[in-house]
Design a protein around this ligand. Structure first.
Ligand SMILES: [Ca+2]
Length: 435
């Protein structure tokens, strides 16, 4: 068993509490909620072994659901990771591998891409994005142009980007494109988003819905309200995570109160690894790197009756997989005229003990979209500047380069990378661009 799988709290090793049952999921397709926090470290939840930060609501979510140890996002940086989640593709596939969408960016997801929100909306889902968008702010690229009926939040980051916008009054909070407040205060955002999310769930309770909740926290600059300030042993960052835990608990409680818990699948994960002050232990590296700490993130799937309870899944899965998985669960059809990199991980959600990863390989891209490494099974090969091979099963912290004596494995992994690049060259699509 991998170290991370053993590092959980007692709650995470509970035996299955809820047997898989079709009940409640027969008549209507399930609702989907993706809670996509920002820059959270692999270890920064109780159920992933945090020594200081307390997350009882998320730990309970893990105890009632399935916790992934080998879950990857498609980029170690915000915007490409979000593009991958919503298109089911590696960021380079859709022309968005390069850094983030800054306030001077003219790019966004191409209107010809069919986002997860668009696919679900075609099946009658109510769709909302509440939180940090970061995928372009020009009219064709905003959430309400990309399949979301409703949007509340920030198009931008609050760090350096705020400087670009200072002379305009800073980064605004928007509701469907209209300014609600300017500038946004990081201390208020988690609670505001939560309030909006609960309102959307209540309003949409009688129809299938998709809620995408990309929190602005825990990205710098951190902020926290008086209610949560100084509560965590993990400092300001700990306070921020404990507030995200509270928020997640509010959402799960709302689902239970409305009797939607058996009809809803909730995902909790992060867009990339941690920034300064957070921990990806036992992984090496952090945000912006292609060590495990940059792209391997916590991920919990919850949905009594739809997701196995009390399980830890050590199979490889990715954020691109929700696109085909949720599309299939909703009875919608995937676009057939293009490559989709995500795979249906439905079996990992329902039978994590038996099912195998649908991925032969995962490809690690850097923050400028460059292909850096490939993983297949337990082996990870860095391709440049010279090959470095790690056995992640024995060496989760990537400390021992075992490239010597493993020429056959190195060649096999390199072949996969070359084939992937060839395919990418043939089947990549442009970003949307406003000139
Ligand atoms: Ca991020």
């Amino acid at each position: 068993m991998m170290l991370a799988a053993a590092a959980g709290s007692a709650g995470c090793s509970l035996s299955a509490r809820s047997k898989i049952a079709a009940k409640g999921s027969e008549t209507k397709p399930p609702n989907f909620i993706i809670i996509f926090v920002d820059d959270q470290g692999y270890q920064d939840l109780g159920c992933y072994g945090s020594p200081k930060i307390k997350t009882p609501c998320i730990d309970r979510m893990a105890a009632e659901g399935t916790r992934f140890t080998d879950f990857y996002v498609a980029a170690p940086i915000c915007s490409p990771s979000r593009a991958a989640l919503l298109t089911g593709c590696y960021p380079s596939r859709v022309g968005l591998g390069n850094w983030v969408q800054r306030p001077d960016s003219r790019l966004g997801i191409h209107p010809d891409e069919v986002t997860l929100a668009e696919l679900l909306r075609q099946k009658g889902y109510a769709t909302a994005c509440i939180g940090k968008w970061h995928l372009g702010f020009l009219p064709p690229f905003v959430p309400t142009s990309q399949g979301f009926d409703y949007y509340f939040g920030l198009y931008h980051n609050l760090d350096l980007e705020a400087d670009y916008l200072t002379d305009k009054g800073g980064v605004p909070i928007l509701r469907n494109g209209k300014v609600v407040k300017r500038p946004a205060d990081p201390a208020e955002l988690t609670e505001l988003y939560t309030q909006e999310a609960v309102r959307f769930i209540k309003k949409s309770k009688d129809r299938p819905f998709f809620l995408y909740l990309p929190h602005t926290m825990a990205h710098q600059p951190l902020g926290i309200s008086e209610k949560f300030k100084g509560k965590s042993a993990g400092g300001l960052y700990g306070d921020v995570i404990e507030c995200l835990d509270w928020s997640t608990g509010r959402i799960l409680d709302t689902l239970r109160q409305l009797d939607l818990d058996r009809r809803t699948i909730v995902i909790y994960t992060s867009d990339n690894g941690p920034g300064p002050g957070a921990s990806a232990l036992p992984l090496r590296g952090r945000k912006l790197t292609t060590y495990e700490g940059g792209l391997r993130v916590p991920c919990i799937a919850w949905g009594p009756g739809n997701v196995a309870g009390g399980k830890v899944c050590c199979e490889m899965a990715t954020s691109m997989d929700f696109y085909p998985t949720f599309t299939n669960l909703a009875g919608a059809s995937l676009p057939k005229d293009r490559v989709i990199d995500g795979r249906d991980i439905g079996p990992l959600l329902t039978e994590p003990d038996k099912a195998k990863s649908p991925h032969d390989a995962f490809f690690y891209h850097g923050n400028l979209g460059e292909l850096v490494a490939v993983r297949s099974g337990k082996w990870k090969l860095f391709l440049n500047p010279q090959p470095a091979l790690y056995n992640l099963e024995q060496d989760i912290a990537e400390q021992h380069n075992v490239v010597r004596g493993n020429g056959k494995i190195v060649r096999a992994l390199r072949d996969k990378a070359i084939a992937f690049q060839e395919d990418m060259r043939r089947n990549m699509r442009p970003a949307g661009q406003v000139r």
